[in-house]
Design a protein around this ligand. Structure first.
Ligand code: IPE
Ligand code: IPE
Ligand code: MG
Length: 254
């Protein structure tokens, strides 16, 4: 039976975040330039976005470019940025068709003006779409995000707009790039690396983690659905005991 058919609609993860990794290895193992892997990876973005919409996922966050990725060879950085602009241009119509709203998290001020212009166009065009939010992490780093939140809160305290005693987990969350977006329920990483690479450190405090050895360009819709089914077989306890959580489930069903 297909994984797609095993998904329980009542227990869908509301938010799935993905560390899309393995483009370079996919290309080099075929004797191709790394860039070819990124082009193939962009096709996977389209495929998995469609799969998320089909499954009824409300928020899909994709780690597209980390702050640390600026340290790659300039030619690769340029190629990635070029691919981003091209994809935005080509895929905006598809986002509109599918009712997807684009959002961006990260240090977008460090992006080149042409990239920012293209992004802002798509952000504006898709603003009113409500079927799914696609959150692109661009020039994103969790430590950068947490640091800028702390800095901005300190400035607000200094300006008398915020009392230090008002700084709660909720307030902190409002100063992060993800303000208003629920935390990921499920985090997927492809390519076999078992690490977080400075992604959403605050937000994944209680996310379920799913690692697969498959390289991002090879990642299929069925593999994405498999991750969802795997997620649905887990018991999220949030510090409680198994029987407490089972009891809550019964109560909710009553
Ligand atoms: C992920 O693939 C894409 C980005 C980080 C932009 P990689 O480019 O990291 O691929 P590998 O890890 O070198 O195989
Ligand atoms: C993480 O992948 C960043 C993105 C997927 C955009 P990397 O390939 O940059 O991560 P490391 O360097 O292997 O940890
Ligand atoms: Mg990588």
């Amino acid at each position: 039976m297909l994984f797609r058919e095993q998904i329980v609609p009542e227990r869908l993860p509301r938010h799935i975040a993905v560390i899309m990794d393995g483009n370079g290895r996919w290309a080099t193992s075929r004797g191709l330039e790394r860039q070819a892997g990124h082009i193939e990876g962009a096709k996977t973005v389209r495929r998995i976005t469609e799969a998320a919409v089909e499954a009824g996922i409300r928020y899909l966050t994709l780690y597209a470019f980390s702050i640390e990725n600026w340290n790659r060879p300039q030619t690769e950085v340029q190629a990635l940025m070029g691919l981003l602009v091209k994809s935005l241009r080509e895929e905006t119509a598809l986002l509109m068709e599918q009712g997807i709203r684009l959002r961006v998290i990260g240090d977008t001020e460090s992006l080149a003006p042409d990239v920012r212009r293209e992004l802002e166009d798509t952000l504006r065009q898709t603003e009113a779409n409500t079927r799914m939010d696609m959150v692109l992490a661009l020039s994103y780093g969790a430590r950068w995000e947490i640091t800028q939140a702390a800095r901005r809160m300190a400035e607000a305290v200094h300006a008398g707009q915020l009392a230090a005693g008002q700084i709660t987990e909720e307030t902190f969350g409002q100063y992060l790039c993800t303000a208003g977006i629920p935390d990921p329920d499920l985090l997927i990483r492809t390519s076999g690396e078992i690490r977080i690479s400075n992604f959403l450190l605050w937000q994944i405090a209680y996310s379920e983690l799913y690692f697969t050895p498959v390289l991002w360009p090879d990642f299929t819709k069925e593999m994405f659905f498999e991750a969802i089914v795997n997620y649905q077989q887990r018991q999220r306890r949030f510090g409680k005991t198994a029987s407490q959580v089972a009891g809550e489930g019964e109560e909710a069903a009553r």
